[in-house]
Design a protein around this ligand. Structure first.
Ligand code: SAM
Length: 278
């Protein structure tokens, strides 16, 4: 089914508004092809022939899972192990040692758009590597909360088992051997890495006070899809979710500049991160 040519300008506008309000993602002008490429399969399965019919079905809530499936299909879930490297170097070379110097306890970390789990499991690997090379540390009890809007991504993340192609993206063979267990054609995340991580569905547009406070937040490669007012609101609420002197990591193409003055930008030898101002 080729729906691109059949998306009327008014329907395109309505779909754009629906997506913006549902998950914050802003579609630019002329992205009909994106809707077509991401939704054709779903529309075929649900026997829906146009975007206007789709929007009506979502509004009626029939079928009930349709809204979530559309959000799932429209979100970009691209991720990899040790993505961009530098945040994990900052963690092991600066943030974790400082944590121990300050004698802080029970570190709480939030991976706020965790996709299929590579980011929170990478943080957990970084923790294990740091713990292994440190004689005394308070980070043994560190916990990682990983959230995403996508139920299907969370399901994959919780399964904690990846095929060779996915494993190959960013993971050295030493780390693969050390932190994963072969299971036929797939690789399972070792329990020591998995047990620190818990998963929860969370839309970044919805309140997250109930998640509690964190010492370190990763919110990477998601704000880039949002309009300026959304970034301002989310960064404001992320700042409120951090403990004093808490740390925020954004994606390589993201910044707080122009959206929040709650943070100091720290340029260290290992990379850039943001620290909550006193
Ligand atoms: C490109 S991935 C980034 C994954 C990981 N943080 C990384 O940098 O590798 C973006 C993730 O953001 C999630 N996402 C999109 N909109 C969201 C929202 N409103 N609330 C929470 N997660 C959202 C998507 O489902 C997707 O898994």
């Amino acid at each position: 089914m080729g729906i691109t040519s059949t998306i009327a300008p008014d329907d395109y506008k309505k779909f754009k508004n629906f997506l913006e309000n549902a998950c914050g993602i802003t579609l630019g002008d002329g992205k009909q092809y994106l809707i077509a490429s991401r939704l054709t399969k779903l529309l075929r399965t649900e026997q829906i022939s146009s975007v206007s019919e789709l929007l009506a079905a979502i509004q009626k809530g029939q079928p009930s899972h349709l809204r979530d499936q559309v959000i799932d299909a429209m979100t970009t879930n691209e991720t990899s192990w040790f993505r961009d490297c530098s945040p994990f170097e900052v963690l092991t070379k600066e943030i974790f040692p400082q944590w121990d110097l300050d004698s802080k306890k029970h570190c709480k970390i939030w991976s706020a758009a965790c996709s299929s789990g590579q980011e929170p499991y990478t943080i957990s690997i970084a923790l294990s590597e740091y713990i292994a090379m440190t004689t005394t540390t308070n980070l043994n009890s560190a916990k990682i909360m990983a959230t995403d809007i996508s139920a299907s991504m969370l399901q994959e993340a919780k399964r904690a088992e990846y095929d060779e192609n996915i494993i190959g993206r960013g993971l050295s063979s030493e780390r693969k051997q050390q932190f994963f267990i072969r299971n036929g054609e797939r690789w399972r995340v070792a329990d020591v890495i998995k047990q620190r991580v818990s998963f929860k569905e969370q839309n970044l547009l919805a309140p997250y006070d109930s998640l509690g406070k964190f010492d370190i937040i990763f919110c990477r490669n998601v704000l880039i899809y949002f309009a300026a007012d959304r970034k301002i609101d989310i960064l404001h609420r992320i700042a409120r979710s951090l403990n004093p002197r808490g740390v925020l990591f954004l994606g390589a193409a993201e910044t707080v500049t122009g959206y929040s003055d709650a943070f100091d930008m720290i340029r260290s030898d290992s990379g850039v991160y943001y620290r909550l101002k006193d």
